[in-house]
Structures are given as structure tokens and as C-alpha cells.
Design a protein around this ligand. Sequence first.
Ligand code: IFM
Length: 470
Amino acid sequence: MANDTSAVSDALSPHSQSVADPFTPPADSSLWRKNFLLGAATASYQIEGAVNEDGRLPSIWDTFSATPGKVLAGDTGEVACDHYHRWEADVDLLAGLGFEGYRLSIAWPRVMDAAGAPNRKGIDFYKRVLARLKEKGITTSVTLYHWDLPQHLEDRGGWLNRDTAYRFADYADLMSRELAGSVDAWATLNEPWCSAFLGYGNGHHAPGLADTRYATQAMHHLLLAHGLAVPVLRANDPASQKGIVANIGRGTANSGSAADQRAAHLFEVQHNAWILDPLLKGSYPRDLFELWPGTEPLVLDGDMQTIAAPLDFLGINYYFRTNVASDGAHGFRDVPLEGVERTQMGWEVYPDGLRDLLTGFKATYANLPPIYITENGMASDDKVIDGHVEDSQRISFLKRHLAAVDQAIKAGVEIRGYFLWSLMDNFEWAFGYERRFGVVHVDYATQKRTIKRSAELVSKFLKERKARSE
Ligand code: IFM
């Protein structure tokens, strides 16, 4: 077996202890609280591979990644981290590092056939994974849709077809009946902004369509799917928490001019309020249609009430900020700042943005649910040298973002946990395997896992925290 789980026991080796610890949060940080959940996240298409096994049907990402020019270096999720076969060792690795929570997603095309009937083999895979996680005492957070729409639904219009929302509710019904009792938190969708805007608005993601009117209609059907699924999940698995995961973006103005301030506001409307307003206020932000005139989606009576179903939690994914200026018309344009720290993705490292957005949401939404940071992390060009990966930028990144979370908690935002993205390097969508987000390195030729220095330090903290609370 190529998995190097022995590296877990090396996490507290003399090598790791001889170096000063640049990660552990200060003694007064809320992260020491026993009930603050610390976990790691992954997603089905990014790690599983086995795309043709045990009755799994094609997804839009199989189609998209097989289309020349869509994904860097022509990479696909065909093998990915081979997690479908190595899941047991991967769960042991996660548990060995001391993570208390694990956020995973289910591949819709693995568990349901085109007629909506269950695919037993696919469902059993997730049952085995969840049972093992429970055995290890790990809190489970399951996302139903992390972008791998069955291709047969896309062939009928995908998220542009209202019927897909009802098919999603059927899928949520099946999974919550099958997995009731083994999931602590259900998230309906991961990052509907990406599904709608990158998938249907600019074509950077599957299915690769590019029209802003498509994006707003796809968003409406995604949110409707979420709203239809929530009561189904509640009925089938009452003890679990139900929520949704949104990626949020910080937009700052390039100058103090009214036009640039307005541009920054519109940036955040497009990235945040487009999703959060319907969920938490039951309406779309009017400013969105100033930015994109004539793109109002078709909304039927009752849809907005369905979408605004009460949530037990809101998952927040945060990565970077964008500096913007007015484009001279209705909108904004990016004005990349010089001399700032960036990651392998080119994204600016800006922890204050996370704190500012969280405190801003608390001020804006009276009914803001408890929050989990469901993703935060960074890509770097990590290399294994003499068996070690020294990912010092990631260590500092995580430390600074956790400090921002602590500041938001101290400012009164209810934040219950943090999942780093990602447990291991994986298929980074249109960027393929070049961009490495994991705290565990994956050698794709051998599937060997190597624990990076960041994981060693997170693990050290988790174990120290556990020891203190015992
Ligand atoms: O890898 C993705 C993940 O699937 C969704 N959120 C952002 C991550 C990094 O781009």
C-alpha cells in the first residue's frame, strides 16, 4: 500500500519538535475552547477517482475535464487521489492527525441512477466511510452537492431547468433516509456562486456556459433546490443540523471616490448578497440587477419563502480579497494591488477580510445563523524534500486566518468551528493537479501521502488542546 500513514506518528517526532512552533494560537484565543470544532474538508470529484466504478454515472465535470482546453494540462478527476479505494487509510490519516471534524461531499451520480433509483454500491461506499469516521469519534459534515451534477440532468438543461431542483430534493430524500443517524451536519450546496457564475455565467467551470442571464436563473434553481431539500432533511434526519455553504468575497475600493466605493459595494453584492439575501431575507438584492440589468430570473409564487427556510448553520468559505474600481459604467473592474502577499493561485492573502465580512454579516442579517468556516486554506507549490514538505506560507496563512476567526468571535459572531481546505492535495477544478491546497501532500504517480509541516503543527495543537480538556 502506497499510503504513508506512519507519517502520522512522526508528527511529534524530534524533527518537528526541535523547530519553534509558528502555528499554535495564543493562550487567549477562542480556538482553545473545547467545543470549537476543528476539522478538514474534501469533496467527492476532487479526491475519489473511480469515475466508472460500481455504477457511477458521468458527471458534468467528467464531460468538462475531457473537453480539450478546459482544464490545465488536460487533467481530469478519473483517478484523482484514488480515495474511493484508499478511503480507509485516508480516514485513519485524518484521525491520526487528531482532526475532530471531517467535511466530505457525496457524488450524486454515484448514488442514484438516471431514473432516480438508488445505486446500492455507491451508497454503501459512503456508509462505510461514515461508519469509520464515527468509530474514530469524528464529527461528520456532509455536503450533498459539490458541483458534480449528473450529466444526464445537464443534458436536460441542468440548473437552467427548474426540474433539476426537484430532482435534487429527491436525491436529498434518498440520502437522508439512507444515512440518517450517521451525519452530524448536512449542507445542501457548496458555493452556489461558483456553480451559477463560473458554470453558467463565464464558463470557467462545468458545464461551461457563458451568459449572465443563465447565471441568475441557475442560481435561482440552485437556491430553490436548497430550499426544497431542507424540510426533507429535517423530516428524515431530525437530529442533524441543516445548512448551506457559501463562498464569500471581500471587495475593497481602489480609492475613496464615490464611484470606487460603489464598485466595492457592488462587488460584494454580486459575491455575497446574491446568495445570502435570498437565504436570510427572502429576496434578491435590487443592486444586483443594476449591475446586470435585465437578468432577473423567473421566480414563481412561493419560491422565495421556500428558499428562506430557516437554517441551523451557515457554512462560510473564504480565501482572498479583490481590490476594485468603477468600470465607468454600471459595474466594477479588478485593480490588482502591487506588492501584496499572494498564493500559488495568485490570490491575495488578506485575513482581515474574513473578520470584516463576518462582523458585517452579523450587522446586516438579524437572523444570521451560527457559522462554521467550512473552507479556508491556500495553494502552494509544495515539494517533498528528504521526506518532508516545508509549507511555511500555509502555516502562517492558517495561523493568521484563525486569528481573524478569533477576532470575529470576540466581536460577537457565533462561530462554531473551522474546517481547513484541504485534507490533501487534490483536483483543483480548472487548474487540475498543479495547485496544491492540502496539508497532506499527494504524489499522484504513486498515491503516496506525505504529511506536510502545516499538518504536523495543526496536529500538535489539536493534541495539546485535547490533552488540556481531559
Ligand atoms: O477546491 C475548491 C473547493 O472545491 C471549493 N472552494 C474553493 C476551493 C479552492 O479553490
